[in-house]
Design a binder for this molecule. Sequence first.
Ligand code: PLP
Length: 484
Amino acid sequence: MQLPPHGTSRAELRRMMAAARAHDVRWREGRVFSLVYDAGEDVKEVAQEAYMAFFAENALNPTAFPSLRRFESEVIAMTASLLHGDEQVAGNMTSGGTESLLMTMLTAREWARAHHPHIVTPEVVLPASAHPAFDKAAHYFGMRLVRTPLRQDFRADVAAMEEAITPNTVMLVGSAPSYPQGVVDPIADIAALARARGLLCHVDACVGGMMLPFVERLGYPTPPWDFRVPGVTSISVDLHKYGYTAKGASIILYRTKALRRHQLFASIDWSGGIYASPTMAGTRPGGVIAAAWAVMTYLGEAGYLERARTVMDVRDAILAGVASIPDLHVLSDPDMSILALASETLDIYLVADEMSVRGWHLDRQQHPPSLHMTLHYGHKDIVEPFLGDLRASVDAVRRPTPRRLIYTLLMVLMRWLTGILPERWLSWLTQRAAGLLAGGGQELPQRSAPMYGIMGTLPNRGDVKELVLDLVESFTELNTRSGQ
Ligand SMILES: *Cc1c(COP(=O)(O)O)cnc(C)c1O
């Protein structure tokens, strides 16, 4: 693939793009339960208008664009007040939850360098369910994560966290809620522990920060998690999730300016002039900031509350529907609108495959196997068709078919092989499997239960990691055909 020698007409471009997305997941019909958050056509238009109006502006230098500086400050202030922060709270917009978590980890490391200089490798204690962006941050910044097991109800086990604290620990983490099972960790206990030990405490409210305040106002029992909890020192909130704004928008908030100071960067001797920036990015798109400001101002408290009410009604209906299907249940008791479908009796990955065939895109989770659902406003009309297809899928999985028999035999065989084969052979087999996966066409396979099942049986996690990295490599290979 090379740059086309003579360019392409705009009509032709539109045609090419429409063709390219033919096999994308159908989020507009509410058939996807992660990746996209939809608050309705009007909200999308508000975001798009604001984005386009500030399409070219750059927030790298806030003195050049007082407009963006004002929007960003107001977005941060609106978010902080929603989370009961006082005037001491300081924060920044970032490009997403990952960058917000990178920032809180960097801040913890720099805070430790300033206040506990004897610590060589700072450690962070967090529950098993916390987001992998923390691992990414530890990987980037030379820190160490200590993950602790969850309680039976999938919430953080604070006693286990306390046991994991060492002289090198700098921060404790809890999620509000966790992404896999949608439960809020016991933040008050985690924060009290952090306070007693003189540690920082981050609350990852990336997915819950723009939803839980309204869930609480609707009268659902909501455990404390925001700046009202003493000992919480920072919180991350994604606006591009339940804030329903354009992608590339998240907020990192610190309880004090002094703590936030550790995050900032300045280079003062460059020949290009003095260069300072608060977060990872240099150039920052003005459109994202304007869209966040516009959507929050357009919806206001009443708009978010109304959407949260609809979402919680959908959640309640799905919970009731799932409870009426034998063999299926929801893990734990979700605090918000995120839930995980599981089964004691059926292979839940097979249920996911049946749902894929019926046009529903559910992410497969592990430890234990379950199917992820993030419910948002765009799901308001799917309850009945979804539950109908879920019942049909469970019925289909209960009926034996040759395909399912082969799958079951394959799983038994794999478990037996992994028990007896030398490790070298298993590595070789895993690499062959990687080749097969990476080589598989452009469309996502509808039936993936064998793949997830086999991945789960492979004993050497190092091999599995290499396999996944092979896949990541294959996503941007240079010889990909042009998108016809
Ligand atoms: C989505 C999410 C993140 C990461 O956010 P990105 O915007 O995908 O980078 C972190 N933590 C939790 C709990 C999340 O749900």
